[in-house]
Design a protein around this ligand. Sequence first.
Ligand code: AFP
Length: 299
Amino acid sequence: MDILGSAQNRNVQGEEQQKLDVLANETIKESLKFTGRVCVMGSEEDEEMIPIPAQYRPGKYVVLFDPLDGSSNIDVNAAVGTIFSVYRRVSDHGRGSLADILQPGVQQVAAGYVMYGSSTMLVYTTGQGVHGFTLDPTIGEFLLSHPNIVTPAVGKYYSVNESNFARWDKGVQTAVRGFHGDLPEYIQGKNSRYIGSLVADFHRDLIAGGIFMYPADKKNPNGKLRLLYECAPMAFIAEQAGGAATDGEQRILERVPASLHERSPLVIGSRDDVRFVADTIARVRDSALQAVGRPDRRS
Ligand code: AFP
């Protein structure tokens, strides 16, 4: 079917597109444009917002998506996913505007992901808990297999790309040392698991308990992940499952995006673990400020 390998193209983020990125992106747009429910779309793979074509009726929702997350995993047959986020439009007519898209995550009416793993799962929330469905290929339907997912307050796992360790702030390094079991005040060392596919890493941590992080680093000063297509939808799901999500300082769902492809650091997962990371970042920063004679940021 010629679906593996590079499409010999770069997306708006300057990343090499895989053939499956392009196919997934086109498939989602084609599936939504004629429904009469959507006024505008936004995709991680498209530079501009995507209005509904003139021949179709625009609807009242905005849909944002990362069509194929974790695409570096495609050619090695590891898990990848699709992430989506739905908002109600704020404009009252027409084919949608940037204002309809640039809404804080708290305004989402639905968010979810599909994970193409050892089985295919759909996990979603509409603000009334998180529910997981597994595809039964014999009947072609998603069946409710994980009703009311609740993530443990403290997790077993931490998931972060530790090859970036030397490029992180001291606060993030200290928190990760805590997960190694190196901080005397934080004795719950964790097991490390990292796939490099947000959907797959997040899903494991959601079910088994754990924390996923993609902090800012010297190469990615604003983090790597995209606020609208990755961080906000996952944050909505995490909070609905009893977890938490922050950029290190601010709740992800309260961040107001300034642009379509804005990036953000992300710390997400089990509630107490996320709090530990945020507290550690704040503590290390405050003691660094005090050491140079400046008041801490809370005073
Ligand atoms: P790709 O879709 O380019 O593989 O990026 C995936 C991703 O956005 C997210 O799913 C991963 O968590 C993260 O990037 C992995 O990034 P690193 O390869 O830098 O760890």
